[in-house]
Design a protein around this ligand. Structure first.
Ligand SMILES: *Cc1c(COP(=O)(O)O)cnc(C)c1O
Length: 436
């Protein structure tokens, strides 16, 4: 499979080049140029198939030529010591727990895979460097995933504020390969600095610099795998219409689901669950996208005003607008209903969910009522965050304390970055250079 920019049909690049370069020169985003058909393969698997076995079989078939079965299986083993977990709550709802990774967030799936595949792709280069802008959670996930990867160092540019949950023994001055740098500025400054660093040809050639943000296709693809995994777990269990409800911020997760569908996973619809930052719902309904000012909610991972993956979603809609209107259902949930849903799910099923998952759960119920699906549909709600990460919200809503695992407690530990710098390219570059 080859990839192209959302902005033009040429040039076509390999999966490897799309992962390594991550941003096309024309300012678009990489998307697959062809589709795959893995329907048969999916029906040959069942609830006995492990996540890694499924991945090793499916990835070469999707990427055709981009990766062979032996490397796929090596990459799966090197990326994942955790798995998605599907629990069926009743006839109508299942939860797909995606928070068993090191930071308790589904993004661990994409980041772990990206780190493993980059190690594979960069084999043979003497030394390479990933420069990434990251907010706290993503930064910790990346530091976990890249820790100890051969021949790769990871520079993390953070906005001002305390950094929590990083393990100093992985830092470069302690013999590790992680270089955390705090930037006195905003997240946007950090993202700008990443782009500037990569565009500084001399610097990026010297250190073999690549980026790896949310929009890297190396992070998007592995998110397709857990939809497929949910499907093979569930296909023999319920003979109903199948829906996925996805809490949406930058819309990467939803897009991964749409690729799973495009590649042949049978599904009746996706619920695009938003909190009250819901401007994108209008676009999905067929109107022009008009961003609204950002509102802070109690499901902060979904507080996004212009989704980073806008271009990718738009490319689906441009291709087949009518089909898309029949497969994606937008819904918007406010803070009160979010809290009520955490409580209801706990009381009814004895299961804790986090606020983002609650938005998806409430959205699934709202869509089910709107389209009178009750009884005919089974909805898999994506549980994207570990409920213990927001123990106070869970406790308030469920009226019960929640046990906090050590791995989640460790995320609260404060540690110092290797440098604190103003938001300028030359200071970034000299901070990096001083590590070598
Ligand atoms: C990032 C995140 C989301 C939103 O996912 P997108 O791919 O950005 O739409 C949902 N829930 C949690 C817990 C997250 O961290």
């Amino acid at each position: 499979m080859q990839f192209r920019s959302t902005k033009s049909n040429f040039p076509l690049v390999s999966y490897k080049d799309a992962v390594l370069n991550c941003l096309p020169d024309d300012g678009g985003l990489y998307v697959p140029d062809q589709t795959a058909d893995i329907r048969k393969l999916l029906f040959s698997m069942n609830e006995q198939t492990t996540f890694n076995d499924m991945l090793s079989a499916v990835a070469p078939s999707i990427l055709e030529g981009g990766i062979n079965p032996v490397s796929a299986s090596k990459i799966a083993a090197s990326a994942y010591n955790f798995e998605p977990e599907l629990i069926s709550l009743d006839e109508n709802f299942s939860l797909l727990k995606l928070y068993n990774g090191p930071t308790g967030i589904f993004k661990d799936f994409g980041i772990a895979f990206l780190s493993a595949i980059l190690e594979e792709f960069m084999k043979g280069r003497e030394q390479s460097m990933i420069v990434s802008a990251a907010r706290a959670d993503t930064a910790v996930s990346m530091a976990h995933a890249f820790n100890g990867r051969k021949g790769i160092s990871l520079v993390l540019l953070y906005p001002s504020g305390q950094i929590r949950g990083l393990d100093p023994s992985s830092f470069v001055q302690n013999g590790g390969n992680i270089i955390p740098i705090q930037v006195k500025g905003t997240f946007d400054d950090c993202q700008r600095l990443v782009v500037e660093t990569i565009k500084d040809r001399e610097f990026s050639a010297r250190y073999n610099v690549t980026s790896s943000n949310t929009i890297n296709p190396g992070r998007l693809l592995p998110q397709v795998f857990y939809y497929l995994y949910a499907f093979i777990q569930i296909k023999n269990k319920f003979s109903k219409d199948l829906f996925f409800s996805v809490p949406c911020g930058n819309f990467g997760n939803l897009i991964a689901g749409l690729y799973a569908w495009k590649f042949g996973m049978p599904v009746n619809g996706f619920i695009a669950a938003m909190n009250i930052n819901n401007a994108f719902g209008d676009y999905i309904r067929g109107n022009t996208f008009r961003p609204k000012p950002l509102v802070t909610t109690n499901s902060p991972s979904l507080d996004v005003s212009v989704p980073l993956n806008y271009e990718r979603l738009a490319s689906f809609y441009e291709e087949a607008p009518a089909v898309m209107r029949n497969i994606v259902y937008p819904a918007s949930i406010d803070d009160d209903l979010t809290l009520q849903t955490i409580e209801q799910v706990y009381k009814k099923y004895g299961v804790y969910i986090d606020s983002n998952t609650a938005v998806a759960f409430a959205a699934a119920k709202a869509i089910s009522a709107e389209y009178k699906l009750k009884g005919q549909a089974h909805t898999v709600v994506l549980a994207t965050g570990h409920p213990a990460r927001e123990a106070n919200i869970t406790m308030e809503a469920a009226g019960q304390g929640i046990e906090i695992p050590d791995s989640i407690l460790a995320l609260k530990k404060i540690c110092d970055p290797i440098a604190i710098i103003p938001p300028q390219l030359d200071t970034v570059e000299s901070a990096i250079a001083s590590c070598f």
